[in-house]
Design a protein around this ligand. Structure first.
Ligand code: SAH
Length: 260
């Protein structure tokens, strides 16, 4: 079967089976999940290895009907496990209820940040994520404060997950080559992620602070907090100067201030 890659769906098919093994072998089953969800299995180069692993049951969500048909023919045993749909709009509870699952994929580059942000919404059920990203995005996810690439994605991911950039993948191993370097990231859910306080407020503060990243927090958060609340010296800093722990402290401070 001749599949013509669709640009609009970020299709770059991996062709190197050793790299496929290295990616799928990066799942450690941390958190003891028994199911794995693959975003965009495509022609199944990762799925093939995942389906062989007795440690978990495989599920897939693929947004290209042609590929879903192809997949079903290639892997008849997994026919009922591959689902057609857009991961970003997919009702994940319909697949997993309250069960835990690992998340994996050679993510479509155009929506990889959104995939991670959606995973964050379901994080208490997702103890581990293995994702292939455009390297630039991988570095953003893992960036430390004081760094230009440090931003919303870094703080939100690292507040809840321990993040590791595992290895780079060159572009020649894809069809078609994406003309960028990719990198594989592993994220393991932190223990504190399940009892995080005032999470909604935390997301808001991080977003507002970085949306005006050149300003001090005192200026950036003007419409959000009273000047009285922003007396502490921490508010003299800019968003990118705050570590993830600082943001968590700031969130606790705001909670306490509002309750006082
Ligand atoms: N895993 C395969 C394909 C990677 S390319 C491989 O490594 O070769 C990215 C895949 O994600 C494609 O199959 C594409 O059709 C699929 N995809 C793109 N957008 C998607 C979405 N919103 N939801 C689910 N899958 C999507």
């Amino acid at each position: 079967m001749n599949i013509k890659p669709k640009k609009s769906l970020g299709q770059h098919f991996l062709r190197d089976d050793n790299i496929a093994k290295k990616i799928t072998g990066s799942l450690t089953c941390y958190g003891n999940y028994k199911k794995v969800l693959e975003v965009g299995p495509g022609m199944g180069i990762l799925s093939k290895h995942l389906l062989k692993n007795p440690a978990f049951e495989w599920y897939g969500i693929e947004f290209d009907n042609e590929l879903v048909d192809y997949f079903k023919k290639q892997f008849p045993d997994a026919e009922s496990k591959i689902n057609y749909g857009d991961f970003l709009n997919y009702d994940l509870n319909s697949l997993f209820n309250n069960e835990k699952y690992g998340l994996i994929g050679n993510f479509p580059y155009n929506i990889s940040s959104q995939i991670v942000l959606k995973a964050l919404k379901h994080k208490t059920q997702i103890p581990e994520i293995i994702g292939m990203f455009q390297k630039e995005v991988a570095l953003r996810i893992a960036a430390n404060h004081g760094n230009k690439t440090y931003g919303i994605l870094s703080v939100l991911c690292q507040a809840f997950y321990d993040v590791e950039v595992l290895f780079d993948v060159g572009d020649k191993v894809f069809y078609p080559p994406p003309n960028i370097i990719s990198a594989v990231v592993r994220m393991k859910l932190k223990d504190n992620a399940t009892d995080f306080k005032n999470e909604k407020q935390f997301f808001q503060i991080v977003k507002i602070a970085f949306n005006q990243r050149r300003k001090t927090l005192r200026n950036a958060l003007k419409s959000y907090l009273s000047s009285d609340a922003m007396k502490p010296a921490l508010f003299d800093k800019r968003a990118e100067q705050l570590s993830v722990e600082d943001f968590i402290m700031l969130n606790d401070y705001v909670t306490n201030y509002k309750n006082s």
